[in-house]
Design a protein around this ligand. Sequence first.
Ligand code: TNX
Length: 516
Amino acid sequence: AVATMIGGLTAATQNPAIAATPPLQSIVPVPVSVQAAAGVTFPLVASTKIYTEAGSAPAKEVGDYLAAILRKSTGFALPVADAPATPAADGITLLLNGAPANVGQQGYQLVSTATTVVVRAITADGLFGGVQTLRQLLPGKIESATVQTGPWAIPGATILDYPRFAYRGAMLDVARHFHPVASVKRYIDQLAQYKINNLHLHLADDQGWRIQIDSWPRLATYGGSTQVGGGAGGYYTKAQYSDIVAYAASRHITIIPEIDMPGHTNAAQASYAELNCNGVAPPLRTDIEVGYSSLCISKDITYQFVSDVIREISALTPGPYFHIGGDEAAATPPADYLTFINKILPIVAANGKQATGWHDIAKATLPANATPQFWGTTTSDSGVSNAVSRGSKVILSPANKAYLDMKYNASSPIGLSWAGYIEVQDAYNWNPGAYLSGVGESAVRGVESPLWTETVKNSADIEYLAFPRLSAHAELGWSPWSTHDWNTFKVRLGAQAPRWKAQAINFYASGQVPWD
Ligand code: TNX
């Protein structure tokens, strides 16, 4: 009595046995394939153990992460130990051997029976993804921070899963409103559970500079001293930034730092008069206007500044990317803009990083390893398609689909609306692999959900705008397009509510979704 669901729920909805095991139908992002073993369940009990690939520290870390989550809500000891040669009958086993080759670098296979749960992957990233699926096979209260009453049963299944796109991203603007380390970590944990593997931090903008730079100390101490609305602002010390990077790594998330240039630079220009063509430092700004600031393209000191900043941040950043911003440079003459981008791309490369930037940078001739991030509201851009024809890959963040800071509708209490309202279905209904003309599936590195924070002051605000739309974007980035179906997605999304409640996530209970 095994029913097959290939990338979705068609067979499941016809099979009453599977209807009895709703967790298998509720996984977000939906796996490539799920086969249910009808009537079979693995009981998670007080004596359950977690076994990890013998001798592998990265596998052990994933096991420890899983144990920490499950211990809180079950109250069980869940010791983590090296896996025996044959998966033991009393445990959940995470192995770096025996995975089917098609799981690739980020995928996994999960097989649960009455006696074992075995996750196999080629990499620890893959095991971590499998663990996210495993969490969703347990009742939502498994996410609680306090001990809950079981029983805790994992439905019998064979799941094969791997991502459509290698890059699933989120961006958090910590410049407009500063978000302290604890808030960033909380968001990182939320991203990880939907298999998002990159967090882009927008570290500087007109209203604030948010990272310590030793060679230009006033950037943080003065440029970081306020924020939109005139509040106190703040910045990350180098130790705090490194702590965020390490925490993200423990959640298999890469941090991508952004310093926006040559526009969106008022906080820097306010901190150092020499960064202005007229040699006069402007006042700090706490309004939300855009397009008025520009670094001075003709001054040598500008490039000293850019080199110092890129060097110091790159040294703290293990990931391959450095994001140079480049958007809305309305105060930089077009020829100067090209001069500037052409001068700073080699600085990024000299620091061992690949450049990413808002797609405005594709007005310049980009090297093939530079990634334009499309944020427009149209479906064609000649700069981006030219970059693709020269070998670049693209990150898709179309503002009218992917911007988490757009309001859901006219009555949303926070958010902006310049790119339109984005209800959950709007966030879900687009195909990243066939969205921009001249940018086919293979030219897409992935999908990213930017959250600009002009109206976003704290974690509750972040969560209200990110959930549930972030989960929709996560599915677009991970799941095969053949599974794309709003009617089944909205049911799976609705099944996340008990989880979000257990985690005290302040989600928007959209009327489009049948919430559990
Ligand atoms: C446009 S999108 C911006 C940001 C704003 C955002 C608000 C982009 C690359 N630039 O400076 O915060 O709109 O939605």
